[in-house]
Design a protein around this ligand. Sequence first.
Ligand code: ZN
Length: 340
Amino acid sequence: MGFFGFLFGREPAGTSDKSSASMPSAAGGRPMTRARLIFLSKFNAARILNSDSFNYLETDLGEAPSRVIAQFVSADLIEPASLADKVAHFFSASQLKELLRSHALPVSGTKAVAVEKLLQADAAGMATLVANVTAYICTDKGHVIVDQFKASEIARYQVAEQLTLAKLRAGDIPGAVDAAAAYGKESVGHNPIAIVLSREDNLRLTKLIFHCRPKLLKGLTTGDWEIAHVASAMTFLFGSRSAKPWLPATFGVNGNLDPDVAIRMIWFAAKTLWDLDRFREVGVRTVRVSGCGSASCPQCQAISGKKFPIAAAVELPYEHCTCELGCRCLYVLGDFKFSG
Ligand SMILES: [Zn+2]
């Protein structure tokens, strides 16, 4: 018995009173919480379901995802996906090619074209292949709610981003950490790094970011450093891979270093100082540099394995690193001595 059996073998929770379903409380007469809206967004394109799909969302949803799906169906927010959608989402590109070959059809074109050719040639056969596949997609009504939600999420992010940015620029690090954390707390499934660590650790790391001016980054003016520190703190607080949203287009380091790499090196410098502090706290006396072997540049390879007293550890990121991806050397424990 698959997902269908589970889903339809019992009464869906809540009622399916569509007439009284105002937008925000459409599904099963329940309020559309943020978690439910995020869940509904996952059906913006057709989604294949397994018996344990989305179980990781159960805590946020407050009940089994399969029950919420039943409520969404009752409220006309999602519907079973079309045969074409099922075929397109169930088979990989290479499996589709294999199917085209087995039907003596030309293997060319996009995935959508492949699905179209297969359905034209053998709709019944394709239907049999995906007969046990359960997939749902938003109805028009569901799409409207998802679109509204996405727009409101973007707006919410922009408010938090601008507030955090303003606080950082004003030197209010605690205010910035709290603004980012308040945004993160409301986000389901997208948890910025800032709320993984304690407030105290976030504060400490953000302060360290503003303190670090790694020698690897050459030729920055005082103004450049201000911009770079703010951008680095933003990438940290919002868990962003790119710093570019917070950098002027003209921002350049060492002539050709990728700006994202440069900003990451500031965060990296802060993190390695943090590591050193923690090592010191537990009585570590020396550290060893651990590089990335042959993936490191010759300069990083030259310091890899070297041991330093913790008070005189070589600066990481390494000043002379020429790795395109930036320095990835780490400190590892050297000699250890229990205090007392
Ligand atoms: Zn290097």
